[in-house]
Design a protein around this ligand. Sequence first.
Ligand code: PLP
Length: 389
Amino acid sequence: MPFPKKPFPKAKINRILKKELRRDLSFRSGKIIGSMCSDPPAFCARIFRRYIEKNLGDPGLCPGTAEIERRAVEMLGSLLGNPSAAGVFTTGGTEANILALLTAKKLSASNQREVILSDCAHFSFRKAAEMMDLKLIFIPHKEDFSIDVEAAAAAISENTLALIGIAGTTGTGAVDDIPALGALAEKHGVYLHTDAAFGGFVLPFLEKAGFPSKPFDFSVPGVSSVTIDPHKMGRGLTPGGCILYRSAEIAGRVAFPVSYLSGGETEHLTLVGTRSGAAVLANWAQILRLGESGYIKIVRKSMSLARSLAGRLDRIDGIRCVKEPQLNVVAFCSTKIANEILSERLRAKGWAISFFGEYLRIVIMPHVTEKTVRRFLKDLQKITETENG
Ligand code: PLP
């Protein structure tokens, strides 16, 4: 499509959009079962639309919005065991994880360039390593898909820049032993970042929802920063990530001074410059709207469905769950046909499911219902019967 010489009529633009976007899947279709995002709640979306012009890249222009962001950070800090945490909203977990390693780098000596992390870590760390020329030391996961802490301990040296703990891995929702990693971090004086992009809005509510939880946040000594994403289980909208640091002093290491803005001199804690203030306001509003009791309800429902789905998957001949769901993530594999074939067959039936090579993944987000699960299981049963012969 060439650059337009003249303005297009609005109706024509709308026609193009309608036609092209017909192919897009919507959360309402009941077919998206492999995403860690969900449909934005109406209240949250209305706030986003109302304040769409807010730009937190120039916070002097919108001091009110900046104040709400400060309150949102404080609120998330108190959820994660540290009301005096400092931090910033980001475009998502990727930006937050990159910022964590940038912060660790700023705090370290020049020879310290090795990052120790599980082989289940999200690809954002690979992006960070490429950008900052870091060396990633991948530690094999244990049977429960959490990091082998002994192997992580053995990998620590004078070149270690940071340790990464994951509170809810992307593939299986496994939670690393963060207290053990925290003890290592303290013993060796190493920066420890918890990636709770997914688990940050699940783990704090698990016990009250009737499921076992694990310590992962600032309550664990040695944790220097945490990623938590409102646009995942925070039930907010995109873009909605957040990085929190244990102290303003640590956050200050990554602050970038900017002098020329029309709102006046400021500091950026983000990688991006111009950024959506509306998204911050909408995600803050959504957290207030749900409160602890709202999140407990969401977590209870998602966890119950995840556990029940896992049980039903295990009863299908030729299917095996790779792990009992610790969070609302269900990973399973085929024992008779290649996982790749299974994933292709499911996708051919319209299922938007994630494929990780050794297993497939379903995330029981709030839009995934019992009805969706039943339809999925019916299709899966048919495919396995046909393919298994
Ligand atoms: N960390 C974990 C554990 C994730 O599962 C994801 C995304 O799935 C990310 C980080 C990256 O988040 P985003 O896609 O919001 O950048």
